[in-house]
Design a protein around this ligand. Structure first.
Ligand SMILES: NC(=O)c1ccc[n+]([C@@H]2O[C@H](COP(=O)([O-])OP(=O)(O)OC[C@H]3O[C@@H](n4cnc5c(N)ncnc54)[C@H](O)[C@@H]3O)[C@@H](O)[C@H]2O)c1
Length: 472
């Protein structure tokens, strides 16, 4: 569905008019274009707190972005360390001296805060960001890399936890489609930053802001990895894929090289076949709540030689306040949104039809994080999806598999087009980017989780909500 307000706000006359009365201008967000050579194009300013261990990985990955130009902020305590890391990575850095009248614009500010050991050292954030935060280009990125707090001594844990408040607050101050994120990396897992750097610095994360991702060590080796076709050779299943977000997920996974099976209820067979023919995929017409649903899925998975990616996208809303809600609304919502995914996971694992390195991705919702009036059933089901990620994480890690979820906010689909006008407009505007997201934004985040390059990322929930005020 088109966003009329955004179209008007981006016209010459409309833009002037809305600015004059102080209304927000939702920037047209840049989205991923496969033909671009780099995941980030433009000037990238890299900084670090003294003793940071992620700077080398940041610079090494920037070296593989020919359209990016790396700079470092002159005069910071850790500037010599950043320059040394650049020399080792083979990156030419220029020294940037921030001056107010200077018109330089940055496409990304990346700060290695892994060396921050205590509250005093958090001051390094101010030192780096204060002189340059007003010098961001359109759709720029702020990215902070920290050390996983739970794995630090108490003083460091306290300070590292503070980074979350920093990146979330910055996200609320940024304008013109810029976003802010935090990645916590375990000591020794710095090579695993390749995938989150490429996701969070690129247009693939257009509608993701103020999120926190935790990265652990894994056996993924980025050397020689094909970042243009990251899912080459992977077999994927996407449920609820005949339209909306599910169709976008199927398309993005196929674009990235996966062979995709699209599943939906028999009533959606025509739409499902159209999606499959667009992406050269297979179809499975099935109600996932059917008694033998998991068996049918597992049988097909076995015939395909096992699945590498399972995306539990099928979902429904049946809204009513609790006192007015018939039991069938409750049963149906819980049954489709979480009971069926749980049964499917169990069956695939029991039958050994998930391949080593497989990735399961669930779809939660901001309603599952913050709650929503009229959605006790939906909110319960979507919070339970988060429970499903938490409860399976350890078992799957032991088998070399990952499980994560996305929690979309307001996404432009038939589901949200059916909302009453006032609620729809509130949903669209009440976020830091002042607009709804597109199905492709959810799909890109799922492809990020599903990539073999994200093997060190499990048990994470990433909201795709433009930093929605609901549940913020
Ligand atoms: N649109 C949003 O703003 C938004 C926000 C948060 C979360 N989500 C979640 O994202 C997912 C996709 O949402 P959407 O907006 O594309 O919805 P949608 O209604 O457009 O698509 C959902 C698909 O799931 C299928 N489906 C439903 N029950 C099924 C069953 N029993 N078996 C097989 N398929 C079934 C439907 O036929 C449909 O094709 C859902 O899980 C939804 O809860 C959406």
């Amino acid at each position: 569905m088109s966003d009329l307000y955004q179209t008007i706000a981006n016209s010459t006359v409309g833009n002037k008019m809305l600015k004059a009365i102080n209304l927000p201008i939702p920037t047209l967000l840049e989205r991923y274009q496969p033909e671009k050579a780099s995941y980030v194009s433009g000037r990238v300013l890299v900084g670090a707190a003294p003793g940071g261990t992620a700077t080398g990985a940041i610079l090494h990955n920037l070296k593989e972005a020919p359209e990016a130009k790396a700079s470092t902020l002159a005069g910071l305590d850790a500037a010599p360390e950043v320059e040394k890391a650049a020399g080792e990575a083979g990156v030419t850095l220029d020294n940037y001296k921030a001056e107010r009248e200077d018109e330089t614009k940055f496409k990304a500010l990346v700060f290695d805060a892994t060396g921050v050991n205590n509250i005093e050292e958090l001051r390094a954030l101010w030192d780096f960001f204060h002189p340059v935060i007003r010098k961001l280009d359109k759709c720029a990125r702020v990215l902070v890399i920290g050390r996983t707090p739970e794995k630090c001594d108490p003083e460091k844990h306290t300070a590292q936890r503070g980074l979350e408040g920093f990146t979330r607050s910055v996200g609320k101050e940024l304008k013109k489609g810029a976003t802010s994120q935090l990645v916590y990396v375990d000591e020794g897992a710095e090579t695993q930053l390749a995938s989150p750097l490429r996701f969070f610095l690129s247009a693939k994360s257009a509608y993701v802001s103020a999120q926190v991702v935790r990265v652990e060590a894994s056996d993924f080796d980025p050397a020689g990895f094909d970042w243009k076709q990251p899912l080459q050779g992977q077999k994927a299943l996407v449920t609820g894929a005949s339209r909306g977000i599910g169709a976008a997920i199927a398309q993005v996974l196929a674009r990235d090289g996966a062979e995709v099976v699209v599943l939906d209820v028999p009533a959606m067979a025509d739409e499902l076949k159209q999606v499959a023919s667009r992406i050269g995929g297979k179809t499975l017409e099935l109600d996932i709540t059917a008694e033998d649903g998991p068996q049918q899925i597992s049988k097909l998975a076995g015939e395909l030689g096992g699945l590498d990616i399972v995306v539990h996208n099928a979902g429904v809303t049946r809204d009513k306040t609790l006192g007015n809600m018939p039991d069938k609304f409750w049963d149906m919502t819980l049954g489709i949104n979480v009971r069926a995914p749980e049964r499917i996971n169990t069956k695939l694992l029991e039958d050994g039809n998930l391949n080593t390195g497989a990735s399961i991705v669930g779809i939660s919702s901001i309603a599952g994080i913050a709650g929503n009036m009229g959605q006790t059933n939906y909110g319960t089901s979507k919070a339970a999806v988060i429970g499903m990620i938490e409860s399976r994480e350890k078992e799957l890690s032991e088998r070399g598999m990952t499980i994560n979820a996305v929690a979309p906010g307001f996404i432009e689909t038939q589901m949200t087009a059916a909302m009453p006008f006032a609620i729809r407009e509130a949903g669209r505007r009440m976020n830091s980017l002042n607009q709804g997201g597109q199905p492709v934004d959810v799909a890109e985040t799922i492809a990020f989780f599903a990539s073999p390059a994200s093997k060190g990322i499990t048990g994470n929930i990433v909201r795709v909500c433009g930093q929605s005020l609901i549940g913020a």
